[in-house]
Design a protein around this ligand. Structure first.
Ligand code: ZN
Ligand code: ZN
Length: 264
């Protein structure tokens, strides 16, 4: 192998560096990314009130990309309209719509509002021709059905922080989605997830931190940050019998193909 192929360039495909745990030390976050060969990170929006902060981070720092969307768990902020998502999503540094999806774990009662919000995001993504960032917790069957009904395959995207079964991964991949693994992959209890991660084709893999949450081993329980995606990638390399450089090359290429080559 040549030195060029060995050079590690990683992307954290999902983080929340605008959250208070990280927002006060953006220079430090960026420096530690550089020290760990994490060249880019996608800062994911969770409500419209804070979206301007997310966009500003992406506008001011070439390492940071942004998304626009309202998390399925957000209940204390105004409902986004299709027009609003499309208008804000046109910004050049916005490379995706989300995070959106369904979360039946943290919400209860009649969740029709959540399914409706999800449909609105898919329609916005199709109108913008930008991919989706999907959050799914204990709702996989409804989620896949809505992706099908709304023709999400037209834009594709990522199943972020994936913790579902192989069957769910396959169904999502058939609809043009990538599968992103987080620090959970490095947890002792995650044997079933590692088995899924060993089977996903190389051209469908992404890595992420979901920081400030879900720090990978050996930082479990601490504040997570984009630099730690290197440990997620190392975990994935181990599961697949690959080198860190190989996992970095694959996941970075997948990220750019899905999210940044928007003139596709
Ligand atoms: Zn999420
Ligand atoms: Zn997230």
């Amino acid at each position: 192998m040549t030195a060029a192929i060995d050079k590690v360039v990683l992307v954290d495909s999902h983080c929340h560096i605008d959250f208070p745990e990280l927002a006060d030390d953006i220079p430090g976050v960026l420096q530690r990314m550089a020290d760990s060969d994490v060249k880019y990170a996608l800062c994911v929006s969770v409500n419209m009130r804070d979206f301007p902060r997310v966009l500003t981070l992406a506008t001011e720092h070439e390492q940071i990309f942004a998304s626009v969307g309202v998390h399925p768990d957000t209940t204390d902020a105004p409902e986004p309209s299709l027009e609003e998502l499309v208008r804000e999503g046109r910004a050049r540094r916005v490379v995706a719509v989300g995070e959106t999806g369904l979360d039946y774990f943290r919400a209860s009662g009649d969740l029709e509002w959540q399914r409706q919000r999800f449909r609105t995001h898919i329609r916005a993504a199709r109108e913008l021709d930008k991919p989706l960032i999907i959050h799914c917790r204990e709702a996989a069957q409804d989620l896949l059905q809505i992706l099908r009904e709304e023709n999400a395959r037209e834009v594709g995207g990522v199943m972020h922080c994936f913790t579902e079964s192989w069957d769910v991964a396959s169904a999502a991949m058939e609809m043009n989605f990538l599968i992103s693994f987080s620090g959970i992959l490095t947890f002792k209890s995650a044997a079933a997830l590692r088995e899924v991660a060993s089977r996903v084709p190389s051209d469908r893999l992404l890595v992420e931190t979901d920081s400030p949450y879900l720090a990978p081993v050996p930082y479990r329980g601490k504040t997570n940050q984009p630099a730690f995606v290197r440990h997620v990638a190392e975990g994935l390399a181990q599961v697949r019998g690959a080198s860190l450089a190989q996992i970095a090359a694959i996941t970075t290429a997948n990220f750019f193909r899905m999210f940044v080559a928007l003139d596709k």
